[in-house]
Design a protein around this ligand. Structure first.
Ligand code: CP
Length: 313
């Protein structure tokens, strides 16, 4: 059994607040490790991990690979674009061929919602969801929430605003689950066409006016417009979106209190936030990226427990 209440990290919905706290406490220890001159520990020396990316990624892919190497795991990388998937091989066949090479754990990003759950039921390895379509991106939510805890001391009682394309965002859904499990209040803001109809049933409030929403919050998480997942046009133009829902320095400085600004990346500068906001003292965007490595080390370490009886952790 893993050291969490689950053997796979498929989404935040399935894990408990205790699991999240355990991941954060373990990440605190790994954050100390990765700031040492020698950043490597032998914790996953006998573990082999496959990173399967069926969709583009910069941060998540590099962050997982670095986390695995810092833990001394053996790592293999797979990108769909240069693989036999192009010749028609199925997901299960692809993964089973990789597992035949004695892989213990699979980190997978896939464009289809539910792909990680499907894999966990059809192959004999522990699975970490690195983002499945518009469904969940659990390690992003963990690193976002961990970064809020680090910046503000606690998550409980904090007011977190998520702005933008909520409808297509796996980051939004995973953040909502994670923040609520730790006692934060969550509000969303964006064009009505990009707010899912079920959102209030999750206990999330909706505010259409960005200024009012920003005045309410302690933290604003500004999401990217997911043009690649939009089959139709949900707003008249990028310029209009940016005028109504973009965060610029003038708006930020006019608020009655100082707020923390987050972004999961990749940023479209000048669309969801301007450069002077992204690079300002309000923004913790690069802290999020740094914390991503420690959080992924913690997730991999806790999930890998018990894979080999003689594992030295
Ligand atoms: N935040 C995030 O998932 O970024 P990538 O798509 O670059 O991995």
């Amino acid at each position: 059994m893993s050291k969490l209440s689950v053997n796979h990290l498929l989404g935040i919905k399935e894990i408990s607040a205790e699991d999240i706290e355990q991941i954060f406490q373990t990440a605190d220890e790994f954050k100390e490790v990765i700031n040492r001159p020698i950043k490597k520990v032998p914790s996953l020396r006998d573990i082999t991990i496959a990173n399967l990316f069926f969709e583009n990624s910069t941060r998540t892919k590099l962050s997982f690979e670095l986390a695995e190497k810092r833990l001394s795991a053996d790592v293999i990388n797979f990108s769909a674009g240069s693989s036999s998937v192009k010749k028609g091989e199925t997901l299960v066949d692809t993964v089973n061929n990789i597992l035949a090479m004695k892989v213990d754990l699979v980190v997978m990003r896939h464009p289809n919602p539910g792909a990680a759950v499907f894999l966990s039921k059809n192959v004999d390895a522990r699975i970490v969801n690195a983002g499945d379509g518009s469904h969940e991106h659990p390690t992003q939510a963990l690193l976002d929430t961990y970064s809020i805890r680090e910046k503000l001391g606690t998550v409980s009682g904090k007011k977190v605003l998520i702005v933008g394309d909520i409808l297509h965002s796996r980051v939004a859904l995973s953040n909502i689950f994670c923040l609520q499990k730790l006692g934060a209040e969550v509000k969303v803001c964006g064009p009505q066409t990009l707010i899912p109809k079920y959102i209030e049933s999750l206990g999330v409030q909706v505010e259409s006016d960005l200024r009012k929403a920003l005045e309410w919050c302690d933290v604003a998480n500004m999401l990217r417009i997911q043009l690649e997942r939009q089959d139709i046009r949900y707003f008249p133009s990028i310029r209009e979106y940016s005028m109504l829902y973009g965060l610029n320095k003038e708006l930020l400085d006019s608020l009655s209190k100082k707020i923390v600004v987050m972004h999961p990346g990749p940023i479209n500068r000048g669309v969801e936030i301007t450069s002077d906001v992204a690079d300002s003292e309000h923004a913790i965007i690069l802290n999020q990226v740094e914390n991503g490595v420690a959080i992924r080390m913690a997730v991999l370490y806790l999930l890998s427990s018990g894979i080999h009886q003689n594992q030295n952790v």
